[in-house]
Write a protein that binds this ligand. Structure first.
Ligand SMILES: C[S@@+](CC[C@H](N)C(=O)[O-])C[C@H]1O[C@@H](n2cnc3c(N)ncnc32)[C@H](O)[C@@H]1O
Length: 210
């Protein structure tokens, strides 16, 4: 772990940005024994990007998935440095000279937008005013008794006396967590207002021009 932190440091990142980075040499061993050139390596917890950086240097294709915004400041910049031929980690061992490319895409938000609207409410009246929009535009859990919640529960003292934080938690629970982002199969639906450019790019990504 110490050597992994030093690798990040040498790339110009803060050692403490990640609590448990892996050294490139360890990931190299794993990729060596489990894949061959051009295979696709999937890292669905991308973090600081060690796995994808090593996969790139070893001539593998890769897909990395991350939920946090620090991807912009750390991981994307790290991958850019890899392309520019940085000489840290396993670079010398694999005679890395730089090159290659990657594409970066963000998922189109659906219920994630509703979550932000809830976050931004400053009091119960604002939450209450948001209710109809949540019902009409977003995807609520199938078992939410919406009318009962809107007409009765939200007006009861038991709910009114909860802290704003607890009231928001109850609102978050209404959102279906499987619908936080727009599904490809539904991206043409006008309610999502996905641009023609994004639809085209998505189809190209999946090699499907329909
Ligand atoms: C320890 S890092 C992984 C290190 C990484 N595999 C590497 O090669 O450097 C774990 C990462 O997983 C991310 N993560 C956790 N749950 C996630 C989820 N459901 N979707 C996407 N990313 C997630 C965290 O935000 C964190 O950045």
């Amino acid at each position: 772990m110490k050597s992994a932190k030093n690798e990040l440091l040498l790339l110009g990142f803060n050692r403490e940005d990640f609590s448990s980075p892996k050294p490139e040499i360890l990931i190299k061993e794993l990729i060596d024994i489990s894949t061959k050139e051009n295979d696709i390596v999937l890292d669905f917890f991308l973090g600081s990007g060690t796995t994808c950086a090593v996969a790139h240097k070893m001539g593998r294709q890769y897909i990395g998935i991350e939920q946090m915004n620090y991807i912009q400041d750390i991981t994307l910049q790290r991958m850019q440095k890899v392309i520019n031929g940085e000489q840290g980690g396993i670079s010398k061992a694999v005679s890395w000279k730089g090159g290659g490319e990657f594409i970066y895409l963000e998922l189109a938000k659906w219920n994630e937008k509703a979550k932000k609207l809830i976050d931004e409410c400053n009091n119960l009246s604002e939450l209450e005013r948001l209710l109809d929009e949540l019902y009409e535009k977003y995807f609520l859990n199938y078992n939410v008794k919406f009318q009962e919640f809107k007409e009765k529960i939200i007006k009861e003292n038991e709910f009114i006396n909860l802290s704003l934080e607890k009231q928001k938690e109850i609102f978050y629970c209404m959102l279906d967590l499987n619908q936080m982002y727009v599904n490809k199969s539904e991206m043409q639906d006008s309610k999502f207002t996905i641009s023609e450019e994004d639809i085209k790019l998505t189809n190209e990504f999946y090699k499907n021009s329909k």
